[in-house]
Design a protein. Sequence first.
Lengths: 112, 114
Amino acid sequence: DTAVSQTPKYLVTQMGNDKSIKCEQNLGHDTMYWYKQDSKKFLKIMFSYNNKELIINETVPNRFSPKSPDKAHLNLHINSLELGDSAVYFCATSRQGAETQYFGPGTRLLVL
Amino acid sequence: AQSVTQLGSHVSVSEGALVLLRCNYSSSVPPYLFWYVQYPNQGLQLLLKYTSAATLVKGINGFEAEFKKSETSFHLTKPSAHMSDAAEYFCAVSGSGGYQKVTFGIGTKLQVIP
């Protein structure tokens, strides 16, 4: 039973499209995150939610909108996709912000 | 604010040799420090973490790291490299307690030569 799952695993799309990535966790953790990992493996936090409340919102274009319908889910919607959005997006969870983070397998997004 | 610097984006060691991956941190508050490993096409998983208890921290797969406040370092070591250790390793830092952001280093790719 996967602790942190993401769908889809791969996403290939055209510039200008709108797409969503979904994350689900069954660990009972309160805090969930979205990270972006670029082609050089640099990992940058985008958003963090605690109990469905946004607590970290880094400098991310407002084309990116996270949504947490409940504690177990955190989705990421991206409008008007650009070439530079191509990356691997990771969802992660933790009991609290400074605790160990548990990562999903990643969603590989390629914008053509 | 916290940051980490990983020295060496690529490290190569022979199988059976000592693994040493370097990490220096900067933090305005007592830090929590982490080492994560990422195998190809996978998410990150925790190797070990320092949370202000013992300064020598033992992790999974034979790895350990020592917190040295005077040197602001948290280097990762393993006495004998195995082929399966080939992966990307990330050092990370956060403040302690509450909803602290975790900041990751740029990663070090470990290559193990047979």
